[in-house]
Structure formats: structure tokens, C-alpha cells
Write a protein that binds this ligand. Structure first.
Ligand SMILES: C[S@@+](CC[C@H](N)C(=O)[O-])C[C@H]1O[C@@H](n2cnc3c(N)ncnc32)[C@H](O)[C@@H]1O
Length: 219
């Protein structure tokens, strides 16, 4: 009887990984739809400077971009404008209510070059080898199984594509965000490089976040 109960329990514990095996980082809980208003708070423009972030990354007109963990679309509509009518944005999230709100936000802005995708914690549901850029803003630290997501995102990128993370700086005690929602540069590098990427650049010009740009490594 004990063995019958123990085996499923062990399987559940292994599946719901709570710390990252490479860094020991505690994985943050997923922000629920209750946080949707916080994602569009007016102060966010000053706190995160989203347009300055996108200028620093460089979003080419006509490019194909993935906004992974798009929430209600705060970055999606900015990306859609930058890639223009010849480009395309794939915006995904694992929460149906986020995707519904994202669609409403896009419709209110007459944006038609975005495909909204309800994805799963292990599959971003992006087309293979077709993206110039994948952006994750305040998302990576919530991935339940980051290694699996990274492998799938790598498969969705073009060989010269870029994987870009914005994460709150763990190095800076003045950034007023809970510890498990922040990441340090060595932590991000130690988790992402073994999954087939190399860190190309870190941009530190935003008030609270680092911008970390990775390329697929040649295999
Ligand atoms: C803090 S919110 C950030 C939303 C958006 N990127 C922004 O900056 O406004 C994190 C989002 O990531 C989503 N998320 C968490 N794990 C995910 C996964 N494996 N795939 C896609 N989205 C995920 C959550 O549902 C949540 O909407």
C-alpha cells in the first residue's frame, strides 16, 4: 500500500520542479490573472521604459517575433507596431484569461499582425525555425520547467535568431520586487547556455531590468 502511494507522490514532486537543477534558484509562482491590472499600471512606463527597451534590442520592420508569456499584451502591441504590416508577432500565454484580455487589447488598437496562442507550461506552440526573435519580459523566472521551454524555443528560432530576456536585477537590492521574481546575470547564463545558447550581450540601461540577448550556439 505504502509503495502504491509513494510512487505517484514521487512522480508529482519530480514533475513540479521547484528549484532549478543548475543554479538552485527557486522558481517563482506564475502570476495569476489577478495581476493583470498591475501589468498595465501607468507607472510601468517610467519604471520599465518599454520603448527604450525595444529600441535597445532593435526590432526590425518585417521581422517575425515571439512574445512568450505575453500576459495582456503590454509588449505585444508595441512589437506589432514595430514589425509593421509585413511582419508578424506570435504572442502566447498559458492562461486563457490573459489571452482573452490580450485579444481585446489588440482589437481595441486595430492590430491585425498578431497571432494569439494559448500555450502550455511545456510548449510555447511556436512554428519551427521561423522566428527572428523571441522576447520574454518578466517571464523566464516563472517557467516551471525552463529546460523544456528553452529547447522548444530554440527549435522555433531561425539559426541566426535571438532569444531575449528582460529580468529584474537580482544584483540590485533597490529594485523593489520579490527575490524569486529577480534574476542575476550569472544565474541566467548558467541556466540558458547549457540548453544550446550563448550569451551575446547584456544591456544595463533600464531602470530596473537587465536585457539579456542570447543566440543559438552552433551544434
Ligand atoms: C509577470 S507576467 C508578464 C507578462 C508580460 N510579459 C508583460 O511584461 O506584461 C508573466 C506571464 O508569463 C506567463 N507564463 C508563465 N509560464 C509560462 C509558460 N511556460 N509559457 C508561456 N507563458 C508563461 C504567465 O501566465 C504570465 O502571464
Amino acid at each position: 500500500m505504502f509503495r502504491i502511494l509513494l510512487i505517484p507522490l514521487l512522480a508529482v514532486c519530480l514533475w513540479s520542479q521547484e528549484t532549478h537543477p543548475a543554479t538552485g534558484r527557486r522558481i517563482a509562482p506564475v502570476m495569476g490573472f489577478g495581476g493583470a491590472d498591475w501589468l498595465v499600471r501607468p507607472e510601468r512606463v517610467e519604471e520599465e521604459e518599454p520603448d527604450k527597451a525595444l529600441d535597445a534590442i532593435g526590432i526590425a520592420a518585417g521581422s517575425t517575433v515571439g512574445d512568450v508569456g505575453a500576459g495582456v499584451g503590454y509588449f505585444t502591441w508595441r512589437l506589432a507596431e514595430r514589425v509593421g504590416p509585413k511582419g508578424k508577432v506570435y504572442a502566447n500565454d498559458i492562461q486563457p484569461r490573459m489571452i482573452e484580455a490580450l485579444k481585446r487589447n489588440l482589437a481595441a488598437r486595430d492590430i491585425t499582425n498578431v497571432e494569439a496562442i494559448l500555450s502550455t507550461p511545456d510548449d510555447p506552440r511556436l512554428p519551427a525555425r521561423s522566428l527572428d526573435l523571441i522576447l520574454m519580459v518578466d517571464v523566464y523566472h516563472e517557467f516551471a520547467r525552463p529546460e523544456v521551454m528553452l529547447r522548444k524555443m530554440r527549435a522555433a528560432l531561425k539559426p541566426d535568431g535571438r532569444l531575449v530576456l528582460l529580468e529584474y536585477r537580482k544584483e540590485d537590492p533597490n529594485v523593489p520586487i520579490r527575490h524569486e521574481h529577480k534574476m542575476s546575470v550569472p544565474e541566467v547564463k548558467a541556466e540558458i547556455e547549457p540548453e544550446g545558447f550563448r550569451l551575446e550581450k547584456v544591456i544595463g540601461t533600464l531602470p530596473r531590468q537587465h536585457i539579456l540577448i542570447f543566440r543559438p550556439s552552433v551544434q
